[in-house]
Design a protein around this ligand. Structure first.
Ligand code: SF4
Length: 491
């Protein structure tokens, strides 16, 4: 999972993306990068590195990013490696200079890689699926140029159509073509978010693309609309806006964006994330009340596992008319990208990631609210932590229904028994976690909470919007670098 952003029509667009990347830091903390293009000099400048945005871009590096068009990326490594060669953006010199960033995962990677290398004699240098997307786009453009076409928006749109016809998976792409302009498109079902912002200046709009809406606010843009599933958008040097249809399918946006991944300030499909999280809490409260009545137990306080579940916990506490308390404090300076090799130090870092507030825990019956339970190891550790801090009872409520299947579209949910809910009843999961009661949001009410009928919820029900063959499944597993999953503490 990653954050992407693109800006065209601004002086020093590359520098302006620096604050934008801060607004997308939560979508990826392994690495960051910016690619700028200067129309006057016909020059690309690429700056990227491992680390947080603040570490990657000292002032002198930002100053090199000249020009009025730029792409930015924050990386969370699930596929490929956490090595420098796999970082985004990537750029190709042919035809005419082409740069791209993307968020998602290509599921037929090996098939496309074979096509690119063996049938089209193009070499690749990374294990990042963006590179094959970039080659496919470049092949689509160069084939048309060789047939005598002039490089323009239609040619780019046709090349993108070839990409979506052949490349399977989830991908939201922002790209730029040297001397021409900026484009954006996504997979035909729009599994990953991509939003369009704009700003009116001297009678013309400037445009910005972003995974999340708060970027527009930071840059002084207004959120205009979402990129539609199967839509190709192009903005030229004079800021003229073009839109072309690529494919006609019903959108299946990832439900996990609302539950966990997206920032609380953004919205997607006109569903504000914070509002959805409040609704998740409300539905969960009804489930909790039913369980409390059935199993005859009571709670003293409702508490979130920081930070994502705060809104749901607040609303759940309101509905149950129970006090809301913070019983765990998250140390936001312990980062996934901070690598420690010594086991002792690693253990200490894990322990410091979440600290208990003993005065709010001792002697209390606590209903803990978490956004989701993936492997369950972190949840089990937190429950143990609360017990050691003197909790009388610990109940756990999850705003996400049981996760039972892997995700192939860019979130590193593992497969099979690594998922705590895999082939287990809720009681078995509760025993594994060591909780006194476990409450899940029912799958049947997820769509109601988000307010959309058509969603990707494959990790919950196995209904994959893009079918994955056995070979693709094995391929994805081999390429997955085995990140921790959202609930795991990686230091
Ligand atoms: S499988 Fe789950 S996490 Fe992956 S895209 Fe679908 S809903 Fe999102």
């Amino acid at each position: 999972m990653c954050g992407v952003v693109g800006l065209i029509g601004e002086n020093k667009a590359g520098e302006k993306l620096f604050p934008a990347l801060f607004a997308l830091q939560h979508r990826g903390q392994d690495a960051a990068g910016i690619l700028s293009f200067d129309f006057q000099r016909g020059h690309f400048q690429l700056e990227k590195d491992l680390g947080l945005v603040s570490q990657v871009f000292p002032l002198e590096r930002l100053a090199r990013l000249q020009g009025s068009m730029a792409l930015g990326h924050t990386r969370y490594s699930t596929i490929g490696t956490v090595e420098k060669e796999d970082l985004q953006p990537l750029v190709l010199s042919y035809p005419n200079g082409l740069g791209m960033v993307h968020n998602g995962n290509v599921t037929n990677y090996s098939e496309i890689l074979d096509y690119v290398r063996k049938r089209r004699s193009r070499w690749t240098f990374t294990r990042n699926d963006l590179e094959i997307l970039l080659h496919m786009m470049s092949i689509g453009v160069s084939d048309q140029l060789e047939e005598g076409a002039n490089l323009n928006a239609e040619v780019l749109a046709k090349a993108a159509r070839l990409v979506v016809e052949q490349v399977k998976g989830a991908y939201s792409i922002v790209g730029m073509m040297a001397n021409l302009g900026m484009f954006a498109f996504c997979d035909p079902q729009g599994i990953r978010p991509l939003l369009i912002g704009r700003k009116l200046e001297e009678g013309r709009y400037k445009y910005c693309f972003s995974s999340e809406k708060q970027v527009f606010f930071g840059l002084g843009y207004e959120y205009w609309r979402d990129l539609r599933a199967g839509e190709f958008v192009f903005i030229d040097q004079e800021q003229n806006f073009f839109s072309f249809p690529l494919a006609e399918k019903i959108a299946r946006p990832c439900m996990f964006e609302w539950i966990y991944f997206a920032g609380a300030e953004t919205e997607w499909h006109h569903r504000p994330v914070y509002e959805v999280r409040l609704r998740l809490g409300e539905i969960l409260a009804a489930e909790a009340a039913r369980k409390m009545k059935l199993e005859v137990f009571d709670v003293d306080v409702v508490a979130p596992v920081p930070d994502t579940s705060r809104a749901a916990a607040l609303r759940l506490a309101e509905v149950l008319e129970k006090p809301y308390r913070e019983v765990l404090i998250k140390n936001r300076y312990v980062q996934r990208s901070f690598i420690v090799n010594e086991p002792e130090m690693r253990k200490a870092m894990v322990n410091l990631k979440l600290l208990p507030v003993e005065s709010e825990i001792r002697g209390k019956k606590i209903l803990l609210v978490d956004d989701s339970i993936v492997r369950g190891t972190t949840s089990a550790r937190i429950i143990q932590l609360l017990r050691e801090a003197g909790a009388e009872k610990v109940y756990l409520a999850s705003t996400c229904p049981p996760i039972r299947y892997p995700c192939f579209y860019g979130i590193d949910f593992p497969e099979g028994e690594s998922l705590v809910a895999f082939e287990k009843t809720e009681d078995q999961v509760a025993r594994f976690l060591g909780v006194d009661a476990l409450i899940y949001l029912p799958l049947s009410r997820l769509k109601e909470a988000i307010g959309l009928d058509s969603l990707c919820s494959a990790c919950l029900d196995g209904d994959y919007p893009v079918k994955v063959s056995k070979n693709e499944f094995l391929d994805t597993r081999n390429r997955n670098i085995g990140g921790g999953g959202k609930n795991e503490v990686n230091v």
